[in-house]
Ligand binder design. Structure first.
Ligand SMILES: Cc1ncc(COP(=O)(O)O)c(C=O)c1O
Length: 451
């Protein structure tokens, strides 16, 4: 058995426990952290000699594997040349190279790249751009944002504001700005009680009514296209995404696509917006942008948005920036990652991963505790319920999540269920045998839990 010690002992985990405060972690009750001292490909290596398969891509960021030789080389070469320079008034080759590559690969029409340094800041930038856009346009009444139920867009105050009202945000409600929320296409728990096989994407009606009610105060709609991540790994019919674009056009509001999770192949297309062939007005990128190596965010917009900021009046400037905006090391690794996509047909590999996940997970659908199995691109999802008829579950706070995590870790598999939602999202470089092994562990653990 690959079991971690239940007390932190005297090694890294104990030293960590003495001084460090971890994200989303109840420090009183959480087990000792996994002391990771190395990584290669899909594997992580711990101080106490365990080998763990990274089944969550280190929080959805890793795509080509840990410590990849080509990415390591790009990082080392860039560090030798220039590690960082401020980005107001300066530029550097990696930032420009990356902007050129992104614009060439993004949905057509997204042409202007604003860098920041993580997913939440990519969203903050999008929200602030949208707000100032309407001032630039001479329509200052347009300040209302619309998000979807189950949305998660990050942990900074603006990003929280446009996320679902949840345990993630509730303590900070007084700090946040009010928004409107509309139904998401959560087919397993359809907000209208319909079935996907026969519905006509009727759940779009709520967004339509919301935009109609906001009339000329609506500024933008923000969505996580095709896959709502932290809100429960909810996969979408592409028709809903197409409908969002249509409604934004009809009501004359901006569409913001938060592709922080979905970008760079995770849903099987380079960008999730491609599933419905839509171009948003603003797209947010981070996570796999640097293949999971370094923090970097990019918010990319159309000329139509960008042009409204151009003026001899300096008050029209976009007053936003970060010390590490467009960090050259991060940009150089991002460029090398895009090279890997081209050289190795990475998207074809994600396609094969998707087929394997579909085949492997479908046999779990009959387990009594399994409510729904869904797969998109390189993400396999199993939603657990305490009763299949009522579909009851305790959501994110469901105690089954941490219990399952511990059992997967015992078997050498790192997963972090979102409460009752178990998902497997490995780096794309995973081999078929490794996928099959991981799915076997998931099947055995879930079968035992069910029994
Ligand atoms: C869709 C989406 N947007 C934004 C974020 C925030 O990114 P970060 O954690 O880098 O701030 C996340 C993080 O999970 C995300 O999934």
């Amino acid at each position: 058995m690959n079991r971690p010690p239940s007390d932190p002992g005297s090694g890294l985990a104990a030293r960590d426990r003495a001084l460090v405060w971890h994200p989303y972690t109840q420090m009183r009750t959480a087990p000792p952290p996994l002391p990771v001292v190395g990584g290669k490909g899909v594997f992580l290596y711990t101080e106490d000699g365990r080998t763990i398969l990274d089944g969550i891509s280190s929080w959805w960021v890793n795509i080509h594997g840990h410590s990849h030789p080509a990415l390591n080389a790009a990082l080392a070469e860039q560090a030798d040349r220039l590690e960082h320079v401020m980005f107001a008034g300066c530029t550097h080759p990696p930032a420009v190279d990356l902007a050129e590559r992104l614009v060439a690969r993004l949905p057509r029409g997204l042409t202007r790249v604003f860098y920041s340094d993580n997913g939440s800041t990519a969203v903050e930038v999008a929200v602030k751009l949208a707000a100032q856009y309407w001032i630039n346009m001479g329509e200052p009444r347009r300040t209302a944002f619309v998000a979807l139920h189950h949305a998660y867009h990050g942990d900074t105050v603006g990003a929280m504001s446009v996320s679902e009202d949840s345990i993630f945000t509730r303590a900070f409600t007084p700090l946040m700005f009010p928004i409107s929320r509309a139904d998401a296409p959560y087919c397993y728990r359809c907000p209208l009680g319909l079935e996907r096989a026969t519905c006509k994407i009727d759940c779009l009606g709520d967004l339509e009514e919301t935009l109609a009610a906001l009339a000329d105060t609506a500024a933008a709609v923000i969505v996580e296209p095709m896959l709502q991540g932290a809100g429960g790994m909810i996969t979408w019919p592409a028709e809903f995404l197409a409908g969002v674009r249509r409604l934004c056009d009809r009501f004359g509001v901006l569409m913001i696509a938060d592709e922080v999770l979905t970008g760079f192949g995770r849903t099987g297309r380079m960008f999730a917006c491609e599933h419905a062939n839509v171009t948003p007005d603003i797209i947010c990128l981070s996570k796999a942008l640097t293949a999971g190596y370094l923090p970097l965010g990019a918010t990319v917009t159309t000329d139509a948005v960008y042009d409204t900021f151009l003026s001899s009046d300096r008050t029209r400037t976009f007053f936003h920036g970060h010390s590490f905006t467009a960090n050259p090391l991060a940009c150089a690794v991002a460029v090398a990652s895009l090279d890997l996509f081209r050289e190795h047909d990475v998207l074809a590999r994600v396609g094969r991963l998707e087929s394997r996940l579909r085949a492997g997970l479908s046999r779990l659908a009959d387990l009594p505790s399994v409510g729904d199995v869904r797969v998109i691109g390189g993400v396999g999802i199993v939603e657990l319920v305490s009763d299949r008829n009522t579909r009851k579950s305790d959501g994110y706070l469901d105690g089954i999540g941490p219990r399952l995590s511990a059992q997967f870790l015992d078997r050498g598999l790192l997963l972090r269920p979102l409460g009752n939602v178990v998902y497997f999202m490995p780096p794309y470089c995973i081999t078929d045998d490794q996928v099959d092994w991981a799915l076997e562990q998931i099947a055995e653990v879930l079968t035992a839990v069910t029994a």
